[in-house]
Write a protein of this length. Structure first.
Length: 395
């Protein structure tokens, strides 16, 4: 009897122990799961905060770079090259110290200390080729006059149709302080501007508006659009006395400014909605105040604010953005044939993303939003994403 009772007690104890063990394991698993979720949440929160700080810092840097538009290009390149050189030198010394035998073998010294003679290289038959860069210039360069050179031929030599740079003799003459008819002598050194126009030193009281008027521009927008011009206040485009300023398309005061080209009125009817015909109509009438160039990827058509802007060809609206910088309020239309058009600086937008539009349909009103000095339409044509000169397409 006693033995039977003892066996029953042991059996109940084992059952009880198994239950307790199961409860303990379940609690441990639950606690570990909760701990893991808490750890993941904490890590995610920390990463999120760090990412937020990084994005904020990146935004500040990007804002400064955008505001200066290329001013810091050379310092960044110099710092980057210095960093790479230091990295290469320090890395090389570490490798040599860690693997001296390999470094010794690669230097040409054998086990007995004898140095192998390097193979001779014949450099007499190596041709040196100098290739002109297609990158636009920001600085004035010095050119040495060669036989047969004239100001006009030199201007053609430094023009680049691909980049929209059509340098003229008057710009070179004004920069060097002589007349267009000057006869050049072989060996003369003359300064070549990066773009047609004038380069001046800003005087106290000068503004982009007064300088545009003085140098024959219908609008100060070309001054603002030149990417290497800096401003004390990038919103008001104020200038500092003594700073150098490039005025693209500017003419010396004694010369009459070139007449403005007027655009025809845009056609009212054309390709059906949603499909491009490949023929582009003028989106608005007005005066062309800024032409296509490497630094200005469209044409500016100035005129009264609030005038209707129409679609240049049938297509579909793929982007509608309201910005206080850059293009300002602008619309992009995809014409379905590898072409897209952009309409910038609008004061009002009358279409929505996804809407099919027809040639001649109103999409907004001409304005001065974004980086603008007065009412105008900035109009672009792109083919497979590459900027085209709109004047080659508009009819």
């Amino acid at each position: 009897m006693y033995s039977s009772s003892r066996k029953g007690s042991d059996h109940c104890f084992l059952c009880l122990s198994g239950t307790v063990r199961g409860m303990i394991w379940r609690q441990l698993i639950s606690d570990a799961s909760e701990y893991s979720r808490t750890l993941v949440w904490y890590a995610g929160r920390k990463v999120g905060v760090a990412g937020s700080h990084f994005e904020g810092a990146k935004g500040i840097v990007v804002g400064v770079l955008k505001a200066r538009r290329g001013t810091y290009q050379k310092p960044f390149l110099h710092v980057g090259m210095v960093f790479l050189v230091v990295l290469a030198v320090s890395g090389g010394s570490v490798l040599v110290n860690r693997y001296p035998s390999k470094a010794l073998a690669q230097s040409g010294t054998g086990e007995e200390g004898q140095t192998a003679a390097p193979e001779s290289v014949d450099i007499t038959n190596i041709d040196t080729v100098t290739q002109e860069s297609d990158k636009p210039r920001r600085d004035v360069i010095t050119y040495t006059v060669e036989g047969g050179d004239t100001l006009s031929s030199i201007a053609r030599k430094f023009s680049n149709e691909k980049l929209g740079i059509n340098l003229d003799a008057a710009s070179i003459a004004y920069l060097n302080g002589f007349s267009v008819g000057k006869v050049l002598a072989v060996g003369d050194k003359i300064k070549i501007p990066p773009v047609s126009g004038v380069i001046i030193k800003v005087k106290s009281g000068d503004t982009i508006y007064s300088l545009a008027k003085k140098y024959g521009l219908p609008s100060p927008q070309p001054i603002v659009d030149w990417p290497y011009n800096n401003f004390v206040d990038d919103e008001k485009f104020s200038l500092a006395a003594g700073q150098e300023l490039v005025i693209p398309g500017g003419k010396p005061p004694e010369e009459r400014p070139a007449p403005v080209q007027n655009t025809p009125k845009s056609s009212l009817f054309g390709a059906p909605a949603g499909g491009g015909s490949g023929q582009f109509a003028w989106p608005i009438g007005g005066a062309i105040t800024q032409y296509f160039a490497w630094y200005h990827t469209g044409v500016d058509i100035a005129g009264p604010g609030g005038s209707a802007v129409t679609v240049a060809d049938g297509g579909r609206v793929v982007s509608v953005l309201y910005q206080n910088y850059g293009y300002g309020y602008h619309v992009i239309v995809d014409h379905g044939n590898s072409y897209t058009t952009l309409y910038g600086h609008l004061s009002r937008i009358d279409v929505a993303v996804g809407e099919n539009v027809s040639r001649g349909q109103q999409l907004g009103l001409r304005g001065s939003t974004g980086r603008s000095t007065g009412p105008h339409l900035h109009f672009e044509i792109r083919k497979n994403g590459a900027f085209q000169n709109p004047l080659s397409y508009l009819r």
